[in-house]
Design a protein around this ligand. Sequence first.
Ligand code: 5AD
Length: 351
Amino acid sequence: DVSKLIERLGEKHSLSVSEYETLVENFNEENAEILRKYADKERRAHYGNKIFIRGLIEVSNICKNDCYYCGIRRSNREVDRYRLTADEILECVDTGYGLGFRTIVMQGGEDSAFTDEFLVEVITEVKRRYPEVALTLSLGERSRESYMKLKAAGADRYLLRHETADSLHYSKLHPPELTLSHRMDCIKSLREAGFYVGCGFMVGSPYQTAKTIAKDLKFIEELRPEMCGIGPFISQKDTPFKDMQNGSADFTCYLLSIIRLIHPPVLLPSTTALGTIDSYGREKGILAGANVIMPNLSPLEVRGKYALYDKKLCTGSEAAEGLRELKKRMSAIGFEIVNERGDISTSKRED
Ligand code: 5AD
C-alpha cells in the first residue's frame, strides 16, 4: 500500500515510474502529512532550520518564444516590454548585496539582445564587485558554446525548467519549434559546461496527468539536479490557456515533499507562484520540505510587467521592508533566513 511506498522512497530515494504514479494518484491529506514528516527530517539533516534567499532580478520580459501558458509569450501584444541595461542590473545587484543576498538570479525571457558579449560583461562585473556572491542565470535555451562562455565568465548556476518530461505533453504546452529533446540537450550542455543545474515543472499545467508527473519525478531522480523549481500553473488572461484551471497549492506541497525525498540535498524553492495562489503558500512550501525563497529585486518600475501569470506577487516580500516581513513570517514557523550563498549540501549534519 501507499505508506509502504512512502517508507521505501524515504529509504531508497527511488521508485519505479508506475510506483510514482500510484503515489501521485493517492494525494490526500493523510499521505501529505506522512510525506511532510519524512521530508522535514531530510531537509533538517542537510540544512537545519536555515532558509536560503535568492535575489531575483527580472532582466527582460522580451521573449522570442510563444509558450501557450506564459504571459510574456511573443504573441501577447498587451505586455509593456522592457529590458534592463547593464547599469540597471548592476544597481539591483548592489541593492541586493546591501540587503544581505549572497545569491543573485538573473532571469528573463529569451531576448536576443542578451548576447554572449553583453552577458559576459555583466557577469564579469558582478563577480569583480562581489567575488563571494553566487550568480545564477535563468535565460532559457542557448547554444552549448554560449553556456560555456557564460560559465567561463563566472556564472555558477543555471535554472532551466524541463516543464514536463513527457514529449507529447511538452508539445501541448509549446509551439512545434520547441521540443523536449532540445530542452534536454540544453540541460545536458549546462551540466557539461560545469553549471549547477536546476530543472522543474508547473503543477496542474493543462494536459498534465499522474503519468506525466511520474515521468517528471523519475527524470529528477535520474538527473539529480542541484536545484528544482516547481510551482502551480496559474492562468494568464492573454494566453491560449486563459480559461484553464489553476494548479493547487496543497498538491504542489505534496510534490515538494516527494522531491525532497527523491533527492534529499536538493535546493528546493517555495516559489512565487505558490505564494501567489495561497497567502500562506510560501510557508506551506517550506513546511513541506522546501528550503529556498526567491524574493524580487527588480526595479519597482518594471515589477508589474514581468507577468508570467495573473496576480503574480510583485510587492510584499521584496526589498528592505519586504525582507523584514519575510524573516518574521519564517521565524513564526521556526525557520531562519540566512545571508549565505547557500550551495547544495554535500553531507548530513552531525547534530
Ligand atoms: N503559471 C505558472 N508558472 C508559469 N511559468 C510560466 N508561465 C507560468 C504560468 N502561467 C513558469 C514556467 C517557466 C518559469 C520561469 O515560470 O515553468 O519555466
